[in-house]
Design a protein. Structure first.
Length: 562
């Protein structure tokens, strides 16, 4: 694993505090506006093209908004996805998004799709409330396996409000929803610690567009049966997310009024017997600021602020992490993915670290998205224009991770083709405002949008950091090699491997999630080239072969069994 970017843990000393940040009138720069009437799909959902799926070494990506035959529906658009993963059964996931049935109207609805096979296939069920204007989807599961869908709407008087819908079957069917107050841009998270202390549902939004102005925070203490009246949050964060810590403490991270990120903490939000109180607010210097109306996403955000907590039993337990794509202040870069951490519960913060490893200062690294795995690994993805010609907005999805609490980061890995984010606009010049990611022990579950089909669509990706091809440049990877032929194969293939020094050799078959499903070899071998004939008894699908020789690891990429 090639690692760079040493991070020193220091108090939040700002080296940009004397820089004048641009004044932003949030009441006019970014909010949901309903302009066009509803239009049905121009082809009656009958005209299709192949649904797109692509796979690489250690990741796979598949389209979510497809018909029952897995075909892409022409003439529609989908963006701004949010993802929920069932903690009681990770095979069950649901993704919600802004569904535009017709690209010639900006009228959007609460689209959703679900999977029961851990993202291999998706069922797109349409919209929760057909013909009802809905936007800004945010999804999550509680510890009992119930799914929740928070969705924004507005009435003819331009008053914003939210409903939270609930599903007891993994996202296939939803109830009528309950009033959750709210406003643009809301976010939601759930305390998954279980009863009796866990279970609260929290939501906050931009105070400027609140249904209960000047208040902009609420919670449910009864599994979404109703939501409390709104209250305020000190520091007035916006365009951000929330995270629940190991003891139920609630963190909110969002753009701050004076630039950078503001983090608010409540150690008592879990206590259903008292109102939510806030312990403190801290400013996080990111050497930049979140903004909207940027070249790559003209009427959308550069991205939003992400906050998460290390819930592992390792050395980083309790650490708080923040990440965002920001316009830099110390250099002219239009957008870098910046990271900071706190080891004292959010009181003080480290100096910011840039995650994208490109040396130039003229590329956009936008829609930076972060999540922390149960093991403590930190996963980060973003869209990146570094591979496009100068001045182009063509973007690709990139990934990096940290195994040491953000001290060092793996070399950046590109995991998609380039695409044009300026095609397929549904009468809105943007690709939404955010992506959503949930990490597990072996990898990251990502809901994101792209235009690889020539239109805006929603995709699911699973990224396994152990087999993405990221390696330690100081290691001599040419000491070992591993190939298989034929590939794909029906019942048997020949695996050839070469080792240049004798030693213990292990060859394993792993699934798409990095789980070992079969060990083909585990013994001492002499230097040279060897062959194994593998007669597979595994189900059809994609697998990887992993060769381990001492500290050296090599992968074949994906092997397909027909």
């Amino acid at each position: 694993m090639a690692l760079s970017g040493i991070l020193l843990m220091l108090p939040a000393i700002s080296f940009t505090q004397n820089v004048s940040l641009p004044k932003v009138d949030k009441s006019s720069t970014h909010r949901e506006v309903m302009r066009d009437p509803y239009l049905p799909n121009p082809f009656g959902n009958k005209k299709t093209s192949p649904g797109r799926t692509f796979r690489g070494s250690g990741y796979f990506t598949t389209q979510v908004n497809v018909d029952l035959n897995g075909e892409n529906i022409l003439g529609d658009a989908a963006n701004e996805p949010s993802l929920g993963v069932d903690p009681t059964n990770p095979d069950r996931m649901v993704i919600g998004w802004r569904q535009f049935d017709n690209v010639y109207s900006d009228f959007r609805q609460a689209g959703y799709g679900y999977t029961t096979d851990r993202g291999q296939t998706w069922t797109f069920m349409g919209t929760i409330e057909t013909g009802v204007f809905r936007s800004d989807p945010v999804l999550d599961f509680d510890s009992s396996g119930f799914a929740y869908y928070n969705s924004l709407t507005k009435n003819e008087f331009d008053v914003y409000s939210c409903k939270v819908f609930k599903s007891e079957d993994g996202g296939a069917l939803w109830n009528a929803g309950v009033e959750a107050r709210g406003g643009d841009k809301q976010w939601m998270t759930i305390d998954k610690r279980g009863e009796p202390e866990g279970g609260n549902i929290y939501s906050f939004w931009t105070s400027y567009y609140s249904s209960c102005y000047p208040n902009f925070f609420t919670r449910s203490i009864n599994a979404g049966e109703n939501f409390e009246w709104c209250t305020q949050i000190p520091g007035n964060p916006y365009w951000g997310t929330m995270a629940v810590g190991n003891d139920g403490e609630l963190y909110i991270g969002g753009a701050g009024q004076n630039g950078g990120i503001v983090v608010c903490k409540s150690a008592s939000a879990w206590d259903t017997g008292s109102p939510v109180g806030w312990d403190f607010t801290s400013d996080v210097d990111m050497d930049g600021y979140i903004t909207s109306q940027v070249n790559v996403n003209p009427v959308g955000l550069l991205g939003q602020a992400y906050i998460d907590v290390d819930r592992s039993n390792g050395p980083g337990r309790g650490n708080v992490y923040v990440l965002a794509s920001v316009v830099r202040l110390s250099n002219p870069d239009p957008a870098d993915v910046m990271f900071s951490k706190s080891t004292d519960g959010g009181v003080t913060w480290s100096l910011p670290v840039k995650i994208n490893d490109d040396p130039e200062t003229d590329h956009y690294q936008w829609f930076g998205t972060m999540s922390c795995a149960p093991s403590g690994r930190i996963d980060v993805v973003w869209l990146d224009t570094r591979d496009a010609t100068s001045g182009s907005v063509l973007s690709a999805l990139y990934y990096s991770y940290s195994m040491d609490q953000g001290e060092t980061w793996s070399q950046n890995e590109r995991i998609s083709d380039l695409f044009d984010p300026h095609v397929g606009w549904p009468q809105q010049n943007k690709m939404g405002d955010y992506f959503d990611m949930k990490s597990d022990e072996t990898g990251a579950n990502l809901a994101w949008a792209n235009t690889l089909n020539g239109e805006q669509d929603v995709y699911y990706s699973y990224i396994n950091p152990g087999v993405t091809g990221i390696h330690n440049g100081s290691e001599k990877q040419d000491l070992i090699s591993l190939t298989s032929y034929p590939n794909p194969f029906n019942d048997r293939t020949t695996i050839s491997y070469t080792v240049k020094v004798p030693g213990e050799i292990r060859i394993e078959v792993i699934d798409l999630y990095g789980k070992v499903v079969k060990t083909l070899l585990n013994e001492t071998k002499q230097a040279g080239t060897h062959h194994i004939e593998w007669a597979s008894d595994l189900p059809s699908g994609y697998y990887g072969c992993r060769l381990t020789a001492g500290k050296q690891i090599k992968h074949t990429g994906l092997v397909k069994i027909r």
